[in-house]
Every structure is written in C-alpha cells, then in structure tokens.
Write a new protein. Structure first.
Length: 684
C-alpha cells in the first residue's frame, strides 16, 4: 500500500477524481467550485486522508504549471485595445492596492514588535495578490469589463513590486543590498519585458503566418512561449507567474479568438489550474491554523483584517476616481483579496532567511485560507451583476440603444439565411423558421448539407453521403416553395461538419445560420465540444440554435430575458422582433432581479426597456415585465411557462463540454421543456 501511495500515477488519479467530483457538489450549494478544490486539498492532505503530498514532485510540477496557466490565461483574456486605452486605470488601481496594504502591513508589523525591515516585508506580503477567482469571471464572460481589466492589469504591478521589495529586504538582512544591484534588477526586468512583449509577438505572427492551419504546431508554439517566458523570468530572479502573464499579453494579438486559444484555455482550465487549487488546499494545514489562532490570535486577526480593509480602501479609491459602481468595486476588491502564490512564496523565503518567524508564517496560512474562501465567494456573488465592456457609455450616449441594429450585411447582397440539414426529423421546423425570416427580410434561403470527405473521391461511403445530402436538400427546397421563398441548396464536401457549415456560410456571405438543437450524448462531444459548439466558435455571422416543440407558425408569445441592457443584447431582441413581426406574435422583455431593488431602480429599468421597444420600426406588440426572484434562472423558468418560445443569448466562449453560456442560461436550458432559441453573435 505504501508503494501505491508513493506512486505518481496514484496521486494524479486521486487529483483527477477530486477535480471531477468535488466542484459540482459545492456548486449545488451555491458555492464556487474553486472552494471545493481547496477543501478537497485539505481533506486529501496531511491533516486529512494523507493521500496527496504537496512536497511530491508530480504535485509540485502540476501546481506550478497550473499557476503559470492561471496567469497566462489572465493575460490572454485582456482586451488589449481596451487595455491600452485605459492602462492608466490599471496603474492607478495597482498603485492603490499595493501602497495602501503596504502601509497597513508595515504598521501592523511595527505595532507587534517586529523590526522595520521585517515590518516592510510583512507589508509587501499584503500588497500582492493572486487572481484566484479569475476563472469565475472568465466563465461568466465578463473578463473584458473595465473594472476587471483594471484589476488584472494591476496584478502585474503589485506582484513585481512585492517581489522587488522582498529582494531588497532579504538583501538588507543579509548585508548584501546595493543601489547598483537594484538598478541592475530593474534594468534586466525592463529588457526582459521588452523581449517577451515585442519579440514573442513578432515571432508568433511570423510562425502563425507560415504554418497556416497547422493548429497542433501552433498550440505547441504557444505552450513553448509560455514556459520560455516563465523560465526567463526565473533567470532574472523574478517569479515565473510574471513571465506567464507577459507571455499571455504577448501572444494575445497572435491567437485572437482562434481555436488555438480555445485549446490552450481548455487544457489549462480543465486540468492544470484545478491542480493548482488542490495543491493550495494541501498547504492549508489545519494544525497550523489552530495553533496560530490559539497562540498568536491578535497578530493573525490584525493581518487578516488589515489585508481585507486595505484592499477594500484601494478599490474604494479607484471607484471614486473612475466612478465605478458598487458591484464593480466589490469585484475589484474580491479579486485582489486572495493571498496565495506570491504571498506564500515570499513568506517562505522570509522564514528561510531568518527575517520572519514561524508565527508570521502561520498567520499567512490563516490569511491564505480566509482570503482564498472569501475572495471567490464574493466574486461569484457579485460578478453576475457586472456587464461587459461599455454598458455605461451605451446608456449615457445621446444616441441610446437602437433596437433596429441588426447583423451587418452588404446592401447589394440579399439577406441570406443558411440552414444546415442533417436530421430529417427536425428539418421541417428549421426550414420553416428560416423561410419565415428570409421572406420577412426579402432574402434567400440556403440549405446546406455537408458530406464528410474521404481520401478517395470514389469512396462508397462518400457516394452514399452525397446521395443522402441531395435527398435532404430536395425536401428543403420543397418546404421553401410552400413559403414562397427562393432556396439555393448547396452540397459541400468537407473534412468536418462544423467547418463545412462555417465555410459555406462565409462563402455565401450569410447573415444568419439556423441550426437544430442536439444534446451532448457521448464522451467525445463532452470533451471536445459538439458540432453546434464548433459552429458557434468559427462562424462569421450570428447563429440561432433552435429546439422547437411545435410548428413555428404556432409560436405566438415570445419571451426574451434581458440580464443587462447593453448593445450585446440587441441582436437577440432583433431576432425576436423579426420573427414576431412575420408571425404576428407578441414579445415580452423580461428582467429578473436577484436582489431587492428600489422602486426607482425598477421604474428606471422598465422605462429603459419601454424606450427600447418604442424605437422598434415594426408594429408588433411589446410587453415589459420585471420581477424579483432570489434565483434568476428559477425566475425565468417560472415566467417561461406562459410563453410559446423563449429566446436566450449565448456567449461566444468555449469551455469544457461546449460553447459557454452564463450560469443562468445553463440552468434555464437544463429545465426548460418548451421551445427555445439560443442566439449567439459572432464577436463578444
């Protein structure tokens, strides 16, 4: 048994089991899955079942890779154009969230009898932070929110500054500090940053241009860039997470929203980042926790409260300067709360150098536990209230939100609706819906059937696929004639169904793709995504995924849940109102509050929705509904029972198991039994 416990494969297997099973259990209780991974680490570690060892080579490797991936993905997710425009906000919050905790920590150290050098080091421990809850905002699709971008950008400043303070304090303690050494460190950091940001960006563009569609080699190139940057950071005595973050920024423009980026994020978020959180749990010793609370309670409480208060004040200062709302303030605060990677590393260095004693180390362990739980919980609670991008500018602009905005098209090109046909059982409803929309816009209908290519063009299987495609398209043309709409059928031979659909749509300059809903039924689809997932990610135009329980002509009452009134919601409203006009149906715009809003807030939102409906050039019946429910998804489901069709908005982001939608939409899709349309835009 001892041999088995020491086996790297055994530890890896136990870790995988925890990653697969624990997070869903915690999410059932409305707790972030990340907290579940931390708890799993505690349970499996030295104070629990002793099945995993944080000191083992495989756990240290997986944890380091996870930490690198976490910072790399943070760099990838930054909207560089927006970041360049508002880099001053990242710098402002970075200065505030570094200097204020630094002052608090130094004062705490001095008040408990520590020397000036040790007290400054304690201050630097509080000044940095780890983006522990960043996967939450990524999953919600709000990583491009200005406040989130500022927080992520501030991380690079705080971590570099904290590590520089650490190096200075250790040098002073050892009697080796010199101004020349500090100048050399800063100079080497500047040169290194330029090499990564400029050199990797140039090399990536050259490599991607030369390799074309060789996604496997491009994937390996991105991985090599990440780890080269991390190794380079260590060579100049800077933490590897700084290199990973810079690498993410460097290849951001190169990978864009390509499948390569999706693959990198997939392997990181599915495997390595969860192992990092499990390893953090292994380091949270229950015995040290109890010992510190009993012997150094005052110091521990002072450090924990000092960190929480100082980080809040930093976010509050930034809120006042840039007029962020309270939800954005709390998210900035909660994202900057967790003290994990850099803090623990710096503390260990301080203890090993003899500058800090064991009581400080144990207090930091308590700090890690408290902030690792509090930060993600607050982020998960308040991040759902944030909006993406420029909501406030949309609301405050003179032009307002125009409902007649629709997918861009060439004025000389007729409105084109592409419908992939592959399931005879659902084909009729899809063609009917597409025909209704195309007729309304005086456009054309393009049924597409994809035949999977073979090595030999005379292959019998390909011949059968082509015959089946022609039969399906013949039926589609017949249905189109019933609605007096021109149909231009296409048979395409392609390597993959999803790419075939996306390419055919691009060639036809399609304005809309309509697909049928197909539940994820097998393991391969769960891991690599379904055809729908791939079309959502690769198409150039909006995609509407339909699950219709009855003939489209009978869908007279349409419900459109609106979470945040932004321009990104407009295409969903556009789809609903076009279908309603062609089908003589009514549209209800629904907003569900999950918190007690004032009468003025409700009236303001209802007024905004009414104004949105009033701008519609079509004479359809609009209804406005707002309601309170502690569970937004449940509120939508309760309301959906009175409607024939629910139109939901998706997000063009990939996760393990398919295209990503918000947590609310996920819950609604699971339990909604009626007809539903999941509408996604080409760029979010």
């Amino acid at each position: 048994m001892d041999v088995l416990l020491k086996s790297p494969i055994f530890g890896f297997t136990i870790g995988l089991l925890a990653i697969l099973t624990v997070p869903p259990i915690f999410e059932r209780f409305r707790l972030p899955g990340l907290i579940g991974l931390l708890v799993a680490g505690v349970a499996l570690g030295p104070d629990g079942l002793e099945l995993l060892d944080a000191e083992s080579d495989q756990m240290q490797l997986l944890s380091d890779i996870g930490k690198i991936f976490l910072m790399f993905v943070a760099g990838l997710e930054i909207d560089l154009e927006d970041f360049r425009k508002k880099k001053d906000r990242s710098l402002t919050f970075g200065l505030a969230t570094f200097c204020i905790p630094m002052i608090f920590g130094t004062a705490i150290g001095l008040s408990f009898g520590l020397g000036l050098n040790a007290s400054i080091l304690v201050g630097s421990l509080l000044a940095s932070h780890t983006l522990l809850a960043f996967p939450i905002v990524t999953r919600l699709g709000i990583a491009t929110n200005e406040a989130i971008t500022a927080t992520v950008g501030a991380t690079i400043f705080t971590d570099i500054s904290a590590l520089l303070v650490l190096a200075i304090c250790i040098s002073i303690h050892a009697g080796e500090f010199s101004v020349a050494g500090l100048a050399f460190q800063l100079g080497s950091l500047g040169v290194y940053s330029a090499i990564v940001l400029l050199g990797f960006d140039w090399a990536g563009k050259q490599y991607f241009r030369r390799t074309g569609n060789e996604e496997s080699n491009q994937f390996l190139f991105v991985l090599l860039a990440v780890f080269l940057a991390s190794v380079g950071a260590q060579l100049i005595n800077v933490d590897k997470i700084i290199g990973a973050f810079l690498a993410g920024l460097a290849v951001n423009d190169v990978v864009g929203r390509s499948p390569v980026k999706e693959k990198v994020e997939f392997i990181g978020s599915t495997l390595f980042i969860p192992f990092f959180f499990v390893d953090m749990g292994l380091l949270l010793s229950v015995s040290s926790f109890v010992k510190t609370l009993t012997t150094k309670l005052g110091l521990t409480v002072a450090i924990v409260l000092g960190l929480i208060i100082s980080k809040f004040l930093a976010a509050l200062v930034t809120k006042w300067i840039y007029r962020y709302n309270w939800d954005e303030l709390i998210c900035m605060w909660s994202l900057s709360l967790p003290q994990v990677a850099a803090t623990l590393a710096a503390t260990l260095v301080g203890v090993q150098a003899g500058l800090l004693d064991e009581s400080i180390f144990n207090a930091v362990i308590v700090l890690m536990f408290v902030t690792s739980v509090l930060g993600p919980v607050l982020t998960a609670k308040y991040a759902t209230n944030l909006v993406v991008g420029d909501l406030e500018s949309d609301r405050d602009s003179d032009n307002g939100l125009e409902i007649d905005e629709e997918p861009a098209s060439d004025p000389k090109h007729p409105f084109t609706v592409v419908v992939p046909v592959y399931n005879p059982k659902t084909q009729r409803y899809l063609i009917e819906m597409a025909a209704l929309l195309a007729r309304h816009e005086q456009g054309i209908l393009v049924p597409v059937s994809i035949a999977k290519s073979q090595i030999h063009m005379d292959d019998l299987q390909l011949d059968r696929s082509l015959k089946r495609s022609r039969i399906l398209l013949k039926r589609a043309v017949k249905i189109g004639k019933e609605f007096k709409i021109e149909a231009q059928p296409i048979v395409r031979i392609d390597d993959g169904v999803a790419l075939g659909i996306a390419r055919a749509s691009r060639e036809q300059n399609a304005n809309l793709i309509i697909m049928g809903w197909s539940p994820i039924a097998n393991l391969r689809s769960r891991i690599f995504g379904s055809v729908i997932d791939s079309v959502f990610l690769s198409s150039h135009c909006p995609v509407a995924v339909l699950r219709l329980r009855q003939d489209p002509m009978n869908l007279k009452n349409i419900l459109v849940p609106i979470e945040n009134l932004t321009r990104k919601d407009l295409p969903t409203v556009w789809f609903a109102r076009i279908f309603a006009d062609t089908n003589s149906a009514s549209v209800t715009l629904l907003h569900v509050y999950n918190h007690h809003a004032s009468a003025e807030q409700i009236a303001s939102y209802e007024s905004a929705l009414s104004e949105l409906a009033a701008r519609s050039p079509l004479s359809i019946e609009w209804k406005i509904q707002t309601l309170y429910h502690p569970d937004i998804a449940r509120g939508i489901l309760n309301a959906a029972g009175n409607y024939d069709l629910v139109v939901l908005r998706s997000m063009r982001r990939r996760t393990a198991g398919g295209f990503a939608v918000s947590d609310v939409t996920t819950e609604v899709l699971k339990e909604l039994n009626g007809s539903v349309v999941l509408f996604g835009e080409p760029s979010l």
